[in-house]
Design a binder for this molecule. Structure first.
Ligand code: PEP
Ligand code: MG
Length: 572
């Protein structure tokens, strides 16, 4: 019998498939350095773990191939080959003979191999380094007793409490029809990933894990935020109709792909894509993105035991820059810390990581990391004169002095590289309330500002962006928030800087309309929303939205502010 649950829609679309439940995994924080002196026993542990991992991987590969998913099968077959590699085993055994624990020996051996692959000039081989990391984790998990991280072997709806970036990294996206999370908000990672690969997602669904067991048939509607467990015939029909409507809507929007973002009265507003990695490039081009307003470069740093070297970064940046000739690509420097920790950065744990050394703060205390990234960006640009226009953006700026320091670092690196900074725009994200207040001074030092509403709202409302219980609090349509943003936009323009919005709010039609009324020059969002926002722009009149936003700022509450903006949006 159908059980309907109500969550929050986080990525549009409808999917029905059996549930794949991602259970929280227990992992020891640190691996033991040394074994207890019995090297023979330790070698046996190693051999058994490698054998078990290989067996598991071959079973998965076979199951996938039987399910006619040969591409996925081949990936797991390749993982099995890695695990069975005699050179790798002998490297690990040598370390065990010197006293190293099996856990550490096998991890180091894998990392040595993966470092070699990652440095390869061959794009395909370099991408295999991530597969090697996956295989490594499987063996280490067997040794520590954590058990291998399960992965789906057929098309499914992923059901979880919430998904971490590494959960999402290890899930084969081709098999994921939809995502449903008990926790999380529309700006948590599961939601962002779902939008970037264009699959439906619902978050903040209380009671989800009590209702849905592994393999239960689940339907998700990412527009209404509904999840249905075990749908009966009537519910199935209902979901099929919704899916057909969604296909029709997307077909109608597809005609806007080649159009530029412009309001009905001719105001140009660029509609760009947020890119979470090279995989997001094709969907963004496919949806008609006008460049990128936010390349989240964390993908290069996460799930690695060492910092990525400059050559690898150059290659990855070039892949992205090449995809958008004649457009601007805003690459944000590594925004690590808080909900995006960096495995190879050895820093004391912080009690409040969201308020700690993250984003540009981390780049300034670990300058070698940031300098390498800036160097890679300049080299990537130098090698590709005709590709996209490079813009460099610094995250989590709190005070103008940080931007001054970052700019100086960029100039120094440019000097060392003999690189010309002419034409490279430099900008700051507005994510911290203090930065919003200091927008005028920041804009004096910047070519552009970009409002990160995900973090700015989290900090303005003191509401953790990952916590479903407080997800209802942050609202860009609160009159005082609109008033603050109005000032930020005016401050940017007064200093000749352009201003965009790259938080998830840019993808919400009512919020986006409000931002247009405030006068922003660019909206950057997940690929899945680009056509919808282009469609919105051609329906609205910027002059009328300006008046609506002025009324919204003077409104007595957020509800009435919303009405002011909604009334200025003609129906499709
Ligand atoms: C933001 O904070 O709005 C933003 C775009 O950055 P991220 O979501 O990567 O923190
Ligand atoms: Mg942010």
């Amino acid at each position: 019998m159908s059980t309907w649950l109500q969550g929050r829609g986080a990525s549009p679309g409808v999917a029905v498939a059996p549930a794949f439940v991602v259970a929280p995994r227990e992992r020891p924080d640190e691996l033991p350095d040394a074994h207890d002196g019995d090297a023979r026993r330790e070698r046996r542990r190693l051999d058994e773990a490698l054998e078990q991992a290989e067996r598991d991987l071959r079973d998965i590969a076979e199951a996938m191939t039987t399910a006619a998913d040969e591409g996925q099968g081949a990936i797991f077959e390749a993982h099995a080959e890695f695990v069975a590699d005699p050179e790798l085993a002998s490297l690990a055994r040598e370390a065990i003979d010197k006293g190293t624990s099996a856990e550490k020996a096998v991890r180091d051996a894998f990392d040595e191999f993966s470092g070699l692959l990652a440095a390869s000039a061959d794009e395909y081989l370099a991408a295999r380094a991530a597969d090697l990391d996956d295989a490594r984790d499987r063996v280490v998990d067997i040794l520590t007793g954590a058990g291998p991280a399960p992965v789906p072997t057929r098309r499914c709806v992923v059901v979880a409490t919430d998904l971490t970036p590494s959960d999402t990294a290890r899930l084969p996206t081709e098999l994921i029809a939809g995502i449903a999370c008990e926790q999380g908000s529309s700006v948590s990672h599961a939601a962002i990933i779902a939008r970037s690969i264009g699959i439906p997602a619902v978050v903040g669904t209380s009671g989800l894990l009590e209702t849905v067991a592994a393999d239960t048939l689940v339907g998700v509607d990412g527009s209404t935020g509904e999840v249905v467990a075990d749908p009966d015939e009537e519910a199935r029909r209902d979901l099929d109709e919704r899916a057909a409507d969604e296909r029709e809507r997307r077909r109608r929007l597809a005609s806007l792909k080649g159009e530029e973002g412009r309001t009905s009265d001719g105001r140009r507003v660029e509609v760009a894509a947020n890119l979470n990695g090279p995989d997001a490039v094709d969907p963004a081009v496919e949806e008609g993105a006008e460049g990128s307003g936010l390349v989240r470069t964390e993908f290069l740093f996460q799930d690695r035991s060492e910092a990525p070297d400059v050559d690898l970064q150059v290659e990855q940046y070039q892949t992205i820059l090449r995809a958008f000739p004649n457009h601007r690509v805003v690459v944000r420097t590594m925004d690590i810390g808080a909900d995006k920790p960096l495995p190879f950065v050895d820093r004391d744990p912080e009690q409040n990581p969201a308020l700690g050394v993250r984003g540009l703060r981390l780049g300034l205390v670990m300058p070698d990391l940031l300098r390498d990234q800036l160097r890679a960006l300049l080299r990537a640009r130098a090698g590709l004169r005709d590709a996209a226009r490079l813009a460099i953006m610094f995250p989590m700026v709190s005070v103008p002095g940080e931007l001054t320091d970052a700019r100086r670092m960029l100039e120094e690196v440019a000097g060392e590289e003999d690189a010309d900074l002419d034409g490279v725009e430099v900008g700051a994200m507005i994510e911290v309330p203090a930065a919003a207040l200091a927008a005028r001074r920041l804009a004096r030092e910047a070519d552009f500002l970009s409002v990160g509403t995900n973090d700015l709202l989290q900090y303005l409302f003191a509401a953790d962006r990952l916590l479903a219980d407080v997800a209802g609090l942050p609202d860009p349509l609160v009159p005082e928030v609109l008033g603050l943003l109005d000032r930020v936009v005016a401050d940017a323009h007064a200093e000749g800087a352009w201003i965009g919005v790259c938080g998830e709010a840019a993808a919400d039609p009512v919020h986006a309309a409000a931002f247009v009324g405030l006068g922003v020059d660019e909206l950057s969002m997940s690929a899945a929303s680009i056509l919808e926002i282009k469609d919105l722009l051609r329906r609205v009149d910027a002059g009328r939205l300006r008046k609506a936003v002025e009324a919204a700022i003077a409104a007595p509450d957020a509800g009435r502010a919303r009405t002011c903006v909604e009334e200025a949006i003609p129906a499709p």
